[in-house]
Design a protein around this ligand. Structure first.
Ligand code: ZN
Length: 477
């Protein structure tokens, strides 16, 4: 079985064949950091988190680059509005981005390059295009000469002649041709600006991705991703810039995730129906938000409704409960530490082994088919019913080896989709410290019953206590 991924450019499912046999380079266009992220931003963040996790579990080292656009018109306007500087606005919303995405269990990218920290690379890239004759300076701006790249339109499957009708022609005397796009913008008086061979200014949007992808990942990226709305013009322009510069394909595979609708309506500024992640995650378990996003294939449109979210909550709970039951059964069987149990326990039941292997195989087959998480989740529910049946039927007769196998099978799948958070039924560090303090106080007061009670409670939650001359130390089993 080989992993096949749908490639927007060739419109086929292509086998993943990275340039380097055990490394995958992935570039995903990130947010413009001038506000809190909405669920439309969360979708690619979750989708590509799963892509990255799956590639890692199949043995690849993943170099995952996702940029932050930290200077543009929207940031400049926001800075004026908030009476802050552009970098202050950017820092505030980058921090907010991490808060939201950490809460959603999204692993941070290998690198999150920012535009303002890569001016040298961006200017060098633009200069290269000017030198090669693909770009021209005009009144302090620099434009890309779109007609000089005959393949323009190949990603979004449109040709330039057709596109001309679609382009909203801005009356801009500085452009030679309507389809040319800006690489460098001359600064208006008082605006944030950087020095360049063409005078003070700042980069256009598209060029940052070409320059930063090249800086970190080289000429050709294995996977370039982003939302479907970025296909045209953003990714089309990236292709033009990068391929004119290097003469090589920018990406081997182009992945685009579908739109999110809200109550069957397009999410838009004018409808003012955007839902912010920071609000949504106070209403719903973040793991249920992940569940909702992954229960539809990433290329399909996703319709957000409160009913759909409630269904996701219920389904996520079924998985979390089944996993909780297995962990509880392990504790009830007197297993104090998973590592010890692993060493001590024998072979799991053969029939159970076959069932668990079958579930993992089905999960994998779905993931290998263009990351079909919607169907992969079905395998997790098969696991849940097997796990529940085992725990109920065996009662007191559960075997540690069987339970460990059931748990490992779940963790192999959950490690990719992240539908049940690790700590969901675990204690937080501060709660543990508080309980330990309570036990110490109880012992001082010679209230042995209470001290034992607290110790048992901690044991049941998988916390192992060790009395040392320096005081009590604890670790998670
Ligand atoms: Zn981009």
């Amino acid at each position: 079985m080989t992993l096949h991924i749908y490639d927007t450019l060739s419109r086929t499912k292509k086998p993943l064949q990275p340039e380097h046999p055990d490394k995958v380079n992935m570039y995903v266009c990130g947010p413009t950091v001038y506000g809190y992220i909405h669920i439309g931003n969360a979708r690619p963040a979750i989708v590509f988190d799963v892509v990255r996790r799956y590639l890692e579990t199949t043995g690849y080292e993943v170099q995952y680059v996702m940029n932050f656009t930290d200077v543009d018109d929207k940031l400049i306007n926001k800075a004026n509005e908030m009476n802050l500087t552009v970098p202050e606005v950017a820092n505030r919303f980058i921090e907010a981005y991490y808060e939201d995405t950490d809460a959603l269990g999204i692993q941070r990218a290998t690198i999150n390059p920012r535009v303002t920290e890569h001016m040298d690379q961006i200017i060098a890239f633009i200069s290269g295009l000017v030198d090669k004759g693909f770009a021209y300076e005009s009144g302090g701006d620099v434009y890309f000469h779109t007609k000089k790249f005959p393949d323009y339109g190949k990603l979004s499957h449109q040709n330039l002649d057709e596109l001309q009708f679609g382009i909203r022609i801005e009356v801009d005397a500085r452009k030679e041709s309507a389809e040319d796009f800006v690489l460098w913008k001359a600064a208006k008086p008082g605006e944030i600006a950087w020095p360049s061979p063409w005078g003070e200014g700042r980069p256009g949007w598209h060029i940052e991705c070409s320059a930063m992808a090249h800086q970190y990942l080289g000429d050709t990226i294995d996977i370039h991703g982003g939302g479907q709305d970025l296909q045209f013009p953003h990714h089309e322009c990236e292709v033009a810039q990068s391929e004119c510069m290097t003469g090589k394909p920018l990406a081997n595979i182009w992945m685009h995730n579908g739109y999110i609708n809200i109550n069957n309506e397009k999410m838009s500024k004018s409808l003012n129906n955007g839902i912010l992640v920071k609000d949504l995650r106070t209403t719903y378990n973040p793991a249920a938000i992940r569940y909702f996003m992954l229960s539809t294939h990433y290329r399909n449109p996703l319709n957000f409704t409160n009913e759909a979210m409630q269904q996701a909550v219920n389904s996520q709970e079924r998985l979390a409960n089944a996993f909780g039951n297995v962990k509880h059964a392990l504790q009830a069987a007197g297993v104090q530490s998973v590592d010890e149990a692993r060493e001590a326990s024998g072979e799991p039941n053969a029939e159970l082994q076959a069932k668990m292997a079958g579930i993992l195989e089905a999960f994998d087959a779905k993931m290998q088919d263009d990351f079909n998480t919607a169907d992969a989740i079905t395998a997790m529910f098969e696991w849940a019913s097997e796990a529940n049946v085992y725990v109920q039927q065996k009662g007191e007769q559960v075997e540690a080896a069987d339970l460990l196998l059931i748990m490992d099978t779940f963790e192999a799948m959950n490690g990719v989709l992240g539908l049940v958070a690790d700590q969901e039924d675990e204690l937080l560090d501060e709660e543990i410290d508080q309980l330990i303090q309570e036990r110490t106080d109880a012992r001082k007061a010679k209230n042995w019953a209470r001290a034992d009670e607290v110790r048992d409670l901690l044991t049941a939650k998988g916390i192992v206590l060790e009395d040392t001359p320096q005081g009590v130390r604890w670790k998670r089993a």
